[in-house]
Design a protein around this ligand. Structure first.
Ligand SMILES: NC(=O)c1ccc[n+]([C@@H]2O[C@H](COP(=O)([O-])OP(=O)(O)OC[C@H]3O[C@@H](n4cnc5c(N)ncnc54)[C@H](O)[C@@H]3O)[C@@H](O)[C@H]2O)c1
Length: 254
């Protein structure tokens, strides 16, 4: 378990799924966490289960005003800010020709513009505490092309690129910026794809199964921790080998 003693972290989209698992990992590692989300009931319940080391605030990542309020709230409640996990996201799952311009824009607004506003707003607060860590949740779809993900894939490639820019520009302020790239992971986002029905089997990943939110959360917690002090601008895949390349089965058509 990553040691996050004394650290204060904001996790967006933390009401459920990977965000909720990450909030739990922060508290289990000895840190304190502000869980934010647009889902008020679920968010309050998730934070409530984590006890006094957690708070919840409604926060829409597309709103600049919400961002300022959320990060100020973290500092008001816990006295400082050490980490930001840009996890909130929405999916797209239709062929490119069927994706509306409106939906494409919305996906990019939440998944990419939201991350940009978050980093921009967090920098002065992280700097005030002597530095910190930003972890941006991209996707396997931000490392390789993926059918049916026009808006989603574009936004996740954008998150990967934005993470590099942040890493380069903020290193001098002691702020590390990395991206995490989950593969197929069992959460409410993927439930409509029906992966639950397959009892977690996922032949697309060489390890043969889907991932759990906790497995991604462990990688995020590591990147937030001082154990990752020399890691910035990196891409960490948590995908069972999905994006590593072609398997023997691929090469032999099996
Ligand atoms: N589940 C997967 O297989 C998978 C794979 C790769 C990447 N990801 C990424 O991981 C992250 C978490 O996804 P998840 O699988 O836990 O899905 P999820 O749907 O369970 O969680 C996403 C959370 O983001 C919140 N959210 C959506 N729009 C928001 C907004 N405008 N402001 C604030 N919060 C908002 C939702 O309410 C939800 O609680 C996402 O960025 C997703 O793209 C997931």
């Amino acid at each position: 378990m990553a040691d996050l003693s004394g650290k204060v972290v904001v996790v967006t989209g933390g009401a459920r799924g990977i965000g909720a698992a990450t909030a739990r990992a922060v508290v289990e590692g000895g840190g304190r966490v502000l869980v934010t989300d647009v889902l008020e009931e679920e968010g309050a319940e998730t934070a409530g289960k984590l006890g006094g080391a957690a708070r919840f605030l409604r926060h829409d990542v597309t709103s600049e005003a919400d961002w300022q309020a959320a990060l100020d709230h973290a500092v008001a409640e816990f006295g400082r800010l050490d980490g930001l996990v840009n996890n909130a996201g929405i999916a797209s799952g239709q062929p490119l020709e069927e994706e509306s311009v409106e939906h494409f824009r919305r996906v990019v607004e939440v998944n990419l513009v939201g991350v940009f506003i978050g980093i921009r707003t967090a920098v002065p607060l992280l700097r005030a505490g002597g530095g910190g860590a930003v972890v941006n949740i991209s996707s396997a779809a931000g490392l390789t092309g993926m059918a049916l993900t026009a808006g989603y894939g574009a936004s996740k490639w954008g998150v990967r690129g934005l993470s590099k820019t942040g890493a380069l520009e903020l290193a001098g302020s002691g702020i590390r910026v990395n991206s995490v790239h989950p593969g197929m992971t069992l959460t409410p986002m993927t439930a409509p794809i029906g992966i639950q029905a397959g009892e977690g089997r996922f032949p697309g990943a060489p390890l043969g199964r889907v991932g759990t939110p906790e497995e991604t959360a462990a990688a995020v917690a590591f990147l937030l921790s001082d154990a990752a002090a020399y890691i910035t601008g990196a891409e960490l895949s948590v995908d069972g080998g999905w994006t590593a390349g072609l398997t023997t089965a691929h090469l032999t058509g099996g």
